[in-house]
Design a binder for this molecule. Structure first.
Ligand code: FAD
Length: 276
């Protein structure tokens, strides 16, 4: 049975009445999982008609709130996000193809917690906070604490992600999302990189943040690679030195899409695209 609450109070009532029910946003992960798993007849509670879960708003302190059921299409074309956090809109635009982006939500991407999830490197890099709501109240958790490992999160029964809060953008001079897949569209990442750099007046790097996807059990940051660039111009030579440090830090695995060695070399090469 499919249920379509229109308000959060209604959703939490339904969850209390049917604690075993599943939550569904766009269904692009859940329906695939159900097709492969047992059809146990459990109720599915759909979030799509709860308007407040879809909104994208600027908050008073300059943060931006993204409702958990905002689709990747709506994120990719949102002008506020494009202006403040272009690396997130770039990442959103690479998810699946147009039909998937029209259904797939950012909240579903986070809860699935795939190492290859395209929104996660940007969200880690931007220090995103997740607002978790349940009948008992709400709590805020940093994205890096929420994801416990591949396909594991700290979401408790009866809880949903209601929104994602991005702190005010940090005056980044460059924000970029790069993804390498096995084909141009509908590609799951073999490796991906979210990068943000603040440049000083003389063009040297004042602050660097990098977050890689698909090269470890969760998103990977590499402080050594970030530090290696500070005070230096953004040249191919300096990026090469940072790339070597990154290649040592990543922990890729072999799978059907790519070998660990290939992923390691792509992880480093993605940094070089910053000057391409
Ligand atoms: C053909 C295809 C191509 C794809 N390509 C990509 C790609 O390029 N990049 C990529 O990252 N992913 C890709 N995906 C995976 C998928 O589209 C994304 O992970 C998507 O963001 C999932 O969102 P959804 O709204 O469809 O989630 P759903 O399938 O509705 O839900 C996924 C899980 O999250 C839970 N959930 C959903 N919303 C909430 C919430 N607000 N609170 C609590 N729990 C919630 C559900 O219970 C379920 O366990 C692809 C999938 C397909 C089928």
């Amino acid at each position: 049975m499919l249920l379509f609450p229109t308000m959060l109070t209604e959703l939490f009532n339904l969850q209390e009445q049917q604690p075993e029910a599943r939550i569904m946003a766009g269904g692009t992960d859940l329906l695939v999982a159900l097709r492969h798993g047992p059809q146990d007849g459990r109720t599915i509670i759909c979030l799509e008609r709860i308007d407040e879960l879809r909104r994208i708003d600027e908050l008073e302190d300059g943060s931006v709130s993204i409702g958990a059921t905002a689709t990747f299409s709506s994120i990719a074309r949102n002008t506020l996000l494009k202006e403040r956090y272009p690396l997130l809109t770039q990442a959103a635009a690479t998810v699946g193809g147009p039909a998937i982006r029209n259904m797939a939500s950012i909240g579903g991407n986070i809860v699935t917690a795939s190492p290859a999830a395209d929104s996660l490197p940007a969200l880690y890099l931007l220090d995103a906070l997740l607002e978790l709501r349940s009948a008992a109240g709400s709590r805020a958790v940093a994205i890096a604490e929420f994801i416990l490992g591949p396909r594991r999160t700290m979401l408790q029964p009866g809880e949903i992600i209601s929104r994602i809060i991005l702190p005010p953008a940090n005056g980044w001079s460059i924000q970029r999302f790069e993804k390498v897949g096995r084909r141009k569209s509908l590609a799951i990442a073999v490796a991906s990189l979210a990068a943000a750099l603040r440049l000083a007046a003389d063009g040297s790097v004042a602050e660097a943040r990098f977050a890689w996807g698909s090269v470890g059990p969760t998103v990977l940051r590499c402080a050594e690679a970030e530090q290696a660039l500070i005070g230096k111009p953004l040249t191919e030579e300096n990026l090469n030195a940072a790339a070597l440090l990154a290649q040592r830090a990543v922990q890729p695995i072999d799978d059907i899409r790519a070998s660990a060695d290939y992923r390691r070399s792509v992880a480093g090469n993605l940094l070089l695209r910053l000057v391409a």
